[in-house]
Design a protein around this ligand. Structure first.
Ligand code: SF4
Length: 243
């Protein structure tokens, strides 16, 4: 049985997939997004080692809530595909034991072949398209977006269901061209059930301070509801344009 390095867990998540969900945060991430609210999840050596059975025991008391609400389990991070074998075994066990709905919340910064078995036991992929512009993406996250776009196409070609998300950071991820390019790209994908614009928030700033890392988005305000509406409009406008 595999063990996983776990950052933390939540038993009543309501924003990472449908219904009420058990949300497991895996330790380790290869990106360093400037807006990350979990920078303490970056180091793959940290976190606590748990077995699949340990996690099943955490889920068990709440299973009825997840099932009755149309929810399930979401594994996020950090980056869950870095521990693909563990997450695959966990998802398989959740399905066999309770028939739970499984969601994988990934940055997509992952070798597609590495995630095939995991996608076989995943009902829904939540995928962030942080920026379409390659260089801007590198500046925002430390890495270019080629692998992420390739991963999106791979998931699409497998016919998996997807929710595509964009964290809206004023002056970083709210450009007209980029939002329209995202809409256009999404239009070429199959299986996209939903697009979500998630307003950037500053709730994780204290973690950067605790880690002694200067917060790179100082001075950037959270977007207003009007800015979020505008972002949805631009993405939808982009969906009418062929990539
Ligand atoms: S992919 Fe997620 S966990 Fe990793 S740095 Fe970006 S926001 Fe943080």
């Amino acid at each position: 049985m595999h063990t996983g390095r776990i950052h933390s867990l939540e038993t009543f998540g309501t924003v990472d997939g449908p219904g009420i969900r058990f949300v497991l945060f895996m330790q380790g991430c290869a990106l360093q997004c400037r807006y990350c609210h979990n920078p303490d999840s970056w180091n793959p050596q940290n976190g606590s080692l748990k077995s699949v059975d340990d996690i099943l025991r955490e889920i068990e008391p709440y299973v009825e809530y997840y099932l009755r609400s149309g929810g399930g389990i979401t594994v996020t991070g950090g980056e869950p595909t870095l521990q693909a074998n563990f997450v695959t075994e966990l998802f398989r066990a959740c399905k066999e034991k309770w028939g739970l709905h499984t969601a994988l919340d990934s940055s997509g910064f992952c070798d597609p072949e590495h995630a095939g078995a995991l996608l076989d036991v995943t009902d829904l992929v939540l995928l962030d398209l942080k920026l379409m512009d390659r260089e801007g993406h590198r500046e925002l996250t430390g890495q270019p977006n080629d692998r992420i776009l390739a991963f999106a196409k791979y998931v699409s070609a497998r016919g998996s269901r997807m929710w595509i998300r964009r964290v809206l950071v004023p002056s970083w991820t709210d450009g007209v061209e980029d939002l329209m390019a995202m809409g256009s790209f999404v239009n070429e994908l199959m299986g996209v059930e939903k697009i979500e614009v998630l307003p950037y928030h500053r709730m994780g700033v204290f973690k950067w301070q605790q880690l002694g890392i200067p917060y790179p988005l100082d001075g950037i305000a959270e977007p207003s509801p009007e800015e979020v509406t505008r972002a949805y409009r631009l993405i939808n406008q982009g969906r009418t344009v062929t990539a």
